[in-house]
Design a protein around this ligand. Structure first.
Ligand code: NAI
Ligand code: MG
Length: 493
């Protein structure tokens, strides 16, 4: 029996959200009929229950995805047809963007500003961008090997398992499915247990857009069973993961000990942001990241400007269009962030601003609100300088020279991104080259565009998503040689 959709009143709108697993273009019950509750982080209340998929359900979804992948219709589908479907999906998202925005806010605690300026348009942009690639994936042709004509084909990899986190549920859904589908793969995707609602809504749109049944399948469920089942499944050819480094390692191991499925990982980060003495302080304090190195000459000015800025941050109801910071995503994250704040204090950093539960925003003790928090005098070996906090907590440290700060910045096992603020372009080129990070921003911070590669150095991951780099993740290269009748079969020249 198909599980019923549930209508939720979100932001004044009635929005119907499917609650099943999505397999073969149908919303279905999980084999074991287990369900789990999805929380609104602004209140801590369960707003909906969805089916919980486990290993058996993953197996059913993989079989459906395989059947579709092998079918003549799918194999021979005109790539322009795949482009048209991605465009159709983007159009449907455009028509339902208010609903998508509302669902994302309810499920994640994101503010209206974040969801409407970034998550929703970024997701639509990603679909359109990869729609553009679908019929432009080409191989090479060569007459350079004497006696042969040879060429390469870029072929779909097969069934792709995709596992996404809670911080950008909608955006990560599109980052994963769009390049995979554009290249002609089929997909079994698992949403994060805390935030499956936008993916469920997207599956309804996928069905409405007319995607072939079995092309995209969604399993809601926990990492330890549904996620682990994807990572070790013998019928999955490739797995793409975004999330923590710990889980990334587990996935790589599971892939290695099952069928050596191809793995791309987009993992954690602890991205430095360096503010040189010639920086524009207004720009430098706008989007900062959480590990900031400020030159000693401007340190006091920076702290003053930045503190004034954070004091103006409006924490509260994330549906309020004026609010800058909503609740943290889940009880788990909330507790983790508070424990990092405690560790900063225990290890001797100076708590300069915030550091507490935001009781005003909590209105009667409900919801996972934390004040914007600044630590200063943070030393390199403190936990808040080394580990990813994933909350409104900033660690600031002082530096003297360019050489010194490059060492500070690179003194991390991560390498996702980095930022620098300076007006000196020679310095900018020197320092951006020296930073060990997959993305470096100059006089801006925390900006990612679907048309440019994104991913990590060091323990921040393997491979790149976005841009044409993602096409490499979702295609195999086949080399074909034709003997032109002129070549001795066993000689190499
Ligand atoms: P996580 O890595 O455990 O979860 C991400 C996804 O992986 C979820 O869908 C989860 O169900 C799945 N998963 C968990 N265990 C799995 C397993 N053994 N096999 C397969 N899939 C599995 O991350 P979590 O616990 O939600 O967050 C912990 C920390 O990870 C955060 O506090 C943050 O520091 C970091 N993180 C980094 C992200 C990034 O974008 N770089 C995104 C999310 C988390
Ligand atoms: Mg939630």
């Amino acid at each position: 029996m198909a599980p019923a959709s549930k209508t939720l009143k979100i932001d004044g709108k009635d929005i119907s959200i499917p609650t099943g697993l999505f397999i073969n273009n149908e919303f279905v019950e999980a084999k074991e009929k287990a369900v789990f509750g999805i929380e609104n982080p602004a209140t801590g209340e369960i707003v909906i229950e969805v089916q919980e998929g486990r290993a058996d359900d993953v197996d059913i979804a993989v079989k459906a995805a395989r059947k579709t992948f092998k079918s003549k219709e799918f194999k021979e589908m005109n790539p322009a047809g795949r482009a048209a479907l991605l465009h159709k999906l983007a159009d449907l998202m455009e028509q339902h963007k208010d609903e998508l925005c509302a669902i994302e806010m309810l499920d994640t605690g994101k503010t209206h500003k974040q969801a409407s300026n970034l998550d929703v348009p970024g997701s639509i942009g990603t679909l359109k961008y990869y729609a553009g690639w679908a019929d432009k994936i080409l191989g090479q042709a060569s007459f350079n090997v004497p006696g042969t004509f040879s060429y390469t084909r870029r072929e779909a990899v097969g069934v792709c398992g995709q596992i996404i986190p809670w911080n950008f549920p909608l955006l990560m859904f599109t980052w994963k499915i769009a390049p995979a589908f554009a290249c002609g793969n089929t997909v079994v995707i698992k949403a994060a247990e805390a935030t499956p609602l936008s993916a469920l809504y997207m599956c309804q749109l996928i069905k409405d857009a007319g995607f072939p049944a079995g092309a995209i399948n969604l399993i809601n469920g926990y990492g330890k069973n549904a996620g682990a089942a994807i990572a070790s499944h013998m019928g999955i050819d490739k797995v793409a993961f975004t999330g923590s480094t710990v889980t990334g390692r587990a996935i790589l191991k599971a892939a290695a000990s099952s069928n050596l499925k191809k793995v791309t990982l987009e993992l954690g980060g602890k991205s430095p942001n360096i503010v040189f003495p010639d920086a524009d302080l207004k720009k430098a304090t706008c989007h900062t990241g959480t590990r900031i190195y400020v030159h000693e000459d401007i340190y006091d000015d920076f702290i003053k400007t930045y503190t004034e800025r954070l004091q103006k941050v409006k924490v509260g109801d994330n549906f309020d269009k004026e609010v800058d910071q909503g609740p943290q995503n889940s009880k788990m994250q909330y507790d983790k962030i508070l424990s990092y704040i405690k560790s900063g204090q225990d290890e001797g950093a100076t708590l300069h601003l915030g550091g507490k539960i935001d009781e005003i925003a909590q209105k009667g003790g409900k919801g996972y609100f934390i004040q914007p928090t600044i630590f200063t005098d943070v030393k390199p070996d403190m936990k808040i300088m080394r580990e990813e906090i994933f909350g409104p907590v900033v660690a600031i440290s002082k530096f003297k020279s360019e050489e010194e700060v490059i060492d500070f910045a690179n003194d991390t096992s991560y390498g996702l991104a980095a930022g620098i603020h300076t007006k000196d372009y020679e310095r900018a080129i020197r320092v951006t080259s020296a930073l060990e990070a997959g993305t470096v921003w100059v006089n801006m911070y925390n900006f990612v565009h679907w048309s440019m590669p994104f991913g990590g150095y060091k323990e921040s991951g393997i491979g790149r998503e976005c841009g044409d780099s993602a096409l490499e993740n979702y295609t195999e290269i086949k080399t074909v040689y034709f003997n032109m009748g002129l070549r001795a079969p066993d000689a190499l020249d």
